[in-house]
Write a protein that binds this ligand. Structure first.
Ligand SMILES: Nc1nc2c(ncn2[C@@H]2O[C@H](COP(=O)(O)OP(=O)(O)OP(=O)(O)O)[C@@H](O)[C@H]2O)c(=O)[nH]1
Ligand SMILES: [Mg+2]
Length: 433
């Protein structure tokens, strides 16, 4: 699939690196680019002369697709279609991202999210189409497709059906997160711009995955977290277990962020991002080998995406330090200090400083509490003792004739759960006495 990349900027020179990477990720080979620096033309996005140049380039190169980095309105899309050689497909940044997501969506949830995003993209266009058709001001506009008011109603009905199903999935996942917290896990999430190295870091942090033990309890535990030098390699979520003594930590890797995403697209992926928003700690992974301006922009994008709903503390991880020397790293740390105070620098590829990051994770997570419980001997006592063994770090168990003394360290949630279960034992032992 051959495509020409097009980009307009208000001023300066247009950087096409990211849109080329996105097009490549969708499977296109790029046979050329056309860029322009001027304000947007309402009819064509480009100025007319530039749009004609684009048409000529398509003609020369037999590209079948034009990929615009700018958002195209339905009217611009239609006019460009008229101007370009017959059969040329015009897509913009957002439809391109949707195309990538559509290709990679494997789970039911990911497929629903893509479908929802497509419908949300189409809705305002269908509305525009029907209102334009009603006013009958743009006769040429009808060429976009059959005018059909019921399409609008259809889209709305589908959106509400998919939203319901996704909410159901969210509830199940929320439930799973709570169960994990209750059973003593700390939840750490990896967030960051696409291609920053999140999946590679996941494998470093959580190398020893005990998947067999957890298969039933944790259906999203996977043995692989694929890494590739390609945008949006990861779409869903992968969770692995890391032992940061005495803690049991679940680390979740998920979809990367990207700039200029419309609200409806982020919204459609809300439930995937919930694994980030609802974590106990977020590691914001940054590719430190890029130019500092670019890093800055990407971190701002990540913060914008996170700050809307995130509640957890954030630790910035400057990744890929194997690609910069010490001096450069120091300069970049300084330059980013306002945005990313107290970062940890690592190389997820070589493993440099990963130990330090694990220590930092331990420091940032809520402290474990020490507790000593005296349990009366009843039929259920041993089951509570073994629950404590499973969910806490047990220091000592002493069995007397009528009671059991247990001292342990655990997350606050586990301590309070153990206390309340101990209280129940006390009640049943008094009642049966
Ligand atoms: N040199 C170097 N390359 C790295 C490092 N960490 C990751 N990479 C490379 O960067 C590319 C992206 O890594 P991924 O782990 O797939 O990144 P990601 O953030 O999961 O990306 P998406 O899932 O696509 O959003 C891959 O080619 C990795 O091998 C590192 O510390 N040093
Ligand atoms: Mg990934």
């Amino acid at each position: 699939m051959s495509a020409i990349v097009a980009k307009r900027v208000d001023s300066g020179t247009a950087d096409t690196t990211e849109i080329r990477d996105l097009a490549a990720a969708a499977g296109y080979t790029i046979s050329g680019e056309v860029t322009q620096s001027r304000r947007a033309d309402p009819a064509l996005q480009f100025g007319e002369g530039k749009a004609e140049e684009l048409a000529a380039r398509v003609d020369e190169t037999d590209a079948k697709t034009v990929v615009f980095d700018n958002r195209l309105g339905p009217y611009q899309m239609y006019n460009l279609g008229q101007l370009l050689p017959d059969g040329t497909e015009v897509i913009d940044r957002f439809t391109l991202i949707l195309e990538i997501f559509g290709q990679r969506a494997q789970t039911r949830k990911a497929q629903l999210q893509v479908e929802l995003a497509e419908l949300r993209y189409e809705l305002p266009r269908a509305e525009a189409k029907s209102s334009l058709a009603k006013r009958d001001e743009h006769p040429g506009f009808m060429g976009l497709g059959e005018y059909d008011e019921s399409r609008e109603r259809d889209i709305k009905a589908q959106i509400s059906r998919i939203t319901d199903e996704l909410e159901q999935i969210e509830r199940t996942e929320e439930h799973r997160r709570e169960r994990r917290r209750d059973s003593g896990f700390d939840l750490v999430a990896l967030a960051g711009y696409t291609n920053a190295g999140k999946s590679t870091l996941l494998r470093q942090l959580a190398a020893d995955l005990e998947i067999d033990e957890n298969e039933d309890l944790h259906p999203d535990l996977e043995s692989t977290a694929e890494s590739q030098d390609r945008l949006f390699t990861t779409l869903g979520t992968t969770t692995r277990r890391a032992a940061i003594q005495p803690r049991d930590v679940l680390v979740t890797d998920t979809v990367g962020f990207i700039s200029d995403l419309p609200h409806w697209l982020v919204e459609s992926f809300k439930s995937t991002l919930d694994s980030v928003y609802r974590a106990d700690l977020v590691l914001l992974v940054v590719d430190v080998s890029e130019p500092v301006d670019e890093i800055h922009e990407k971190v701002v994008t990540c913060h914008d995406t996170l700050y809307e709903r995130n509640e957890a503390p954030i630790v910035t991880v400057l990744n890929k330090i194997d690609r910069v020397d010490d001096e450069e790293l120091t300069e970049k740390r300084e330059a980013l200090s306002g945005l990313a105070p107290g970062p940890v620098s690592v190389s997820a590829r070589t493993g440099t400083n990963v130990e330090e990051l694990l220590e930092r994770i331990d420091d940032e997570l809520p402290d474990w509490l020490e507790e000593r419980l005296v349990l009366p001997m009843t039929d259920d006592t041993m089951s509570l003792v073994s629950w404590i063994h499973d969910n806490a770090n047990v220091n000592d168990v002493t069995y007397g004739d009528e009671d059991v003394h247990v001292s342990f360290e655990a997350r606050p949630a586990v301590v309070s759960r153990a206390r309340s279960r101990a209280g129940e034992l006390e009640r049943t032992s008094v009642e049966s006495a």
